[in-house]
Ligand binder design. Structure first.
Ligand code: PBG
Length: 335
């Protein structure tokens, strides 16, 4: 063998040290890509760790403001709010989903009056307010589409009125985006955006979230499969995204993240719309518990996960690791 000519291409030259690796790097994750999901509870000075989500807390609004401050300092773009409603787990509590003095509207107002530049994304769905944990009004486990949409519209208007930047329907009812867009416009909220959970799968990875919001147990045998998507399908996801874009979604989302990179890639490539990915509670928990067992290096694994999202085409990443990642990036972390 003639060692002078072999091999003709040496890929390793561009991997020699950090500096050259950085120069040829194709994708980057920045703090500005990140949105931090936070669970809010009533009360004062409350900060309770969620057992299934190590290092994540249910916080009262005063503590939420501390988190918002940290996000601003780190350069994180926004916060996504989820309610943990303790007192109301009966049918009547659905009224709370659009109560202007409710927990989420007060949280939005507190955030926007203290940190107007931090984007506030709110969840449009009823699971925090229903006795059975379904995202809509259920009749013996059958979630009623059109009746639910009527309530979602009220919830969206209520959040917009409180100052939300984006309302984010995560419920997967049919036709809700067009109805919410019209209602927002008719109420004068032309600048409130809609981030649609367009391709949301009926995933096994939402367990810790449901633990965090208390919506765990009573979903029934079909769970949320009558409205969330079958993990086997991808063409259906493209159809869902097309519908939501036509109905007026400003940003579309694929959820969960790591197991659905093919969906993310196709959605971004096909529609060329701002596309978000949600690195969900179960994905976060898997990394955290594996790291606690000493099996993987959390810092490397989380950056690697974020890069997979960027490679697949994500513009926006929702992740419980947002603060961890921002700290790593601000220290010029090299994977
Ligand atoms: C429900 C909602 C869920 C999540 C976000 N919004 C749970 C569900 O669909 O049951 C899950 C997020 C996560 O697991 O981190 N409106």
């Amino acid at each position: 063998m003639n060692s002078g000519n072999f091999p003709t291409t040496r890929m390793r030259r561009n991997r020699k040290n950090n500096a050259i690796r950085n120069l040829v790097q194709e994708n980057i994750v920045t703090v500005h890509d990140l949105v931090y999901p936070v669970f809010v509870v009533e009360g004062n000075n409350r900060r309770e760790e969620i057992k299934s989500l190590p290092n994540q807390y249910r916080v009262s609004i005063d503590k939420l403001l501390d988190i918002a401050h940290e996000c601003i300092e780190l350069g994180i773009s926004g916060i996504a709010l989820f309610p943990m409603i303790e007192t109301v787990k009966n049918e009547a509590s659905m009224l709370d989903s659009f109560n202007p003095d409710g927990l989420i509207p007060r949280a939005i107002k507190a955030l926007k009056s203290n940190y107007p530049e931090l984007l506030v994304f709110t969840d449009i769905a009823l699971d925090g307010y229903t006795h059975d944990g379904h995202d809509g009004v259920s009749d013996n486990g059958d979630v009623l589409n059109d009746l639910t949409v009527d309530l979602l519209i009220k919830q969206a208007i209520c959040h917009a009125h409180s100052g939300a930047d984006f309302v984010c329907p995560s419920d997967m009812m049919d036709g809700r985006i067009v109805k919410i867009r019209k209602a927002l416009d008719n109420s004068g909220f032309i600048n409130v955006g809609i981030m649609a959970y367009s391709a949301k799968y009926a995933s096994s990875l939402y367990g810790p979230f449901r633990d965090a919001t208390g919506a765990m147990s009573k979903l029934g045998v079909q769970g949320k499969k009558t409205y969330q998507m079958n993990p086997a399908n991808v063409e259906e996801a493209l159809h869902e995204v097309a519908l939501d874009i036509n109905e007026g979604a400003d940003i579309v989302m694929v959820k969960p993240g790591t197991l659905y990179l093919d969906v993310l890639y196709r959605v971004r490539t096909m529609f060329k719309k701002p596309t978000a990915i949600y690195h969900v509670s179960g994905e976060y928990a898997m990394l955290k518990f594996a790291a606690q067992s000493g099996i993987i290096d959390y810092n490397r694994a989380i950056i690697e996960t974020m890069l997979s999202f960027k490679r697949a085409g994500a513009n926006i990443i929702w992740t419980y690791s947002a603060i961890d990642i921002a700290k790593l990036l601000n220290h010029r972390y090299n994977l």
